[in-house]
Design a protein. Structure first.
Length: 181
């Protein structure tokens, strides 16, 4: 279920992100999945409160969220400036077919859990189609692309640029009684 009016402002980095019920390392909750679109609701220092499309809210180390533009890139520009969407669509189609085949073999009993994990390891796709608009995840380049049917342009990336400073301190981490100080 998507909350009415949800519009992502950020994407969780490709490695996922720990999350907390409150801006307090003593209150961990489930981690966020890689590349999950979220809304940044507020900041408290390095902490960021996020909301997901289903309305769930949590606190994260906001320095690691990847900002996305508020609007899809414009369609102006020469047709050759951005890649043709068909090759990326074909790769997504093949990855989905490979995953479906592994699921069918698992369901038939032809694979055990470990074999299934091995066969699906490295498969990663992301596709959202909304009328004439499409958002495709390019796993080779670590980026989301927006397309209008004719061309694609980068919408967000999960790779850090060399000049993108994370800050002067270590990321927020969960502290448990048996962890080292």
């Amino acid at each position: 279920m998507t909350t009415y009016g949800f519009r992502p402002t950020h994407v969780v980095p490709g490695s996922g992100l720990p999350a907390w019920e409150a801006p307090d390392p003593e209150r961990p909750t489930v981690p966020l999945d890689p590349l999950l679109p979220v809304q940044l609701v507020q900041r408290r220092g390095d902490w960021g409160q996020i909301r997901c499309a289903n309305g769930w809210s949590a606190w994260v180390d906001g320095r690691y969220l990847v900002a996305v533009p508020q609007d899809p890139p414009g369609g102006g520009g020469a047709p050759g400036e951005v890649p043709d969407p068909r090759p990326l669509l074909a790769r997504a189609e093949q990855a989905l077919a490979d995953y479906r085949s592994a699921v069918e073999d698992l369901a038939r009993g032809g694979l055990d859990g470990e074999s299934f994990r091995g066969r699906t390891h490295g498969l990663r796709i992301g596709v959202v189609v909304d009328g004439e608009s499409v958002w495709l995840y390019d796993a080779d380049e670590g980026r989301w692309l927006y397309g209008d049917g004719r061309r694609l342009s980068t919408y967000a990336t999960d790779r850090e640029e060399p000049e993108a400073a994370v800050g002067d301190h270590a990321p927020t981490r969960v502290v448990t009684p048996d962890s080292e100080p």
